[in-house]
Design a protein around this ligand. Sequence first.
Ligand SMILES: [Fe+2]
Length: 196
Amino acid sequence: MFTLPPLPYADTALAPVISANTLGIHYGKHHKTYVDNLNNLVKGTEFEGATLDKVIADTAGKADKAALFNNAAQIWNHTFYWSSLRGNGGGKPTGKLAAMIDSDLGGYDNFKKEFAATTVSQFGSGWGWLVVDGGKLKIVKTGNAEVPTTKGQKPLLTIDVWEHAYYLDYQNRRADYVNAVIDKLLNWEFAAANLG
Ligand SMILES: [Fe+2]
């Protein structure tokens, strides 16, 4: 059985950037539904008892396994998203990450601009990501449930831009949500741990 991982903080922890109402529904309804769906979908298949990573890797790009992939990847994406955020986050990273942002992305201000622009410009539902690709930091976006690991990229941070992530708080103002997350919620300790 796949289980809904606990939120790493209270549902009030990201307010006022992300309200407790948004967080409660996003985690308790949307994230949970992906877990429930996947548990139903794997019944009687080769994926019963498999790890989440295996389901994602073995179903990616396969049209006849799209429902399995979408629900498995959305479980992974959301768990990664919760850890990408923290109350009193944001600001500039330090150490190796700061050095790589300078060398690979033209400095923190440019990183911020590019991360926001790329994430906001995802057409429809999807995700913005800071990843390591070929040893260098890169900013990418993915549509729907797509996850950078299937392209050999190592995710460090993500921002959810499905409308359910921001619509109750920001309505159509996706850019305001993304910029507020970058400025106030990014969890650089999590990014540094992922970088290794
Ligand atoms: Fe979401």
